[in-house]
Design a protein. Sequence first.
Length: 41
Amino acid sequence: IEALGILELARTLQTIHELNQYINTNSKNTTESTKSDEGII
């Protein structure tokens, strides 16, 4: 049971890590496009 719990926890952490990377990538892209818009204005 403990081993299964650890595997489940590892999978959850991996999923969270992937979501964070996805969010961070989107945030950077949004910030960059906002900056370029400001530059044009």
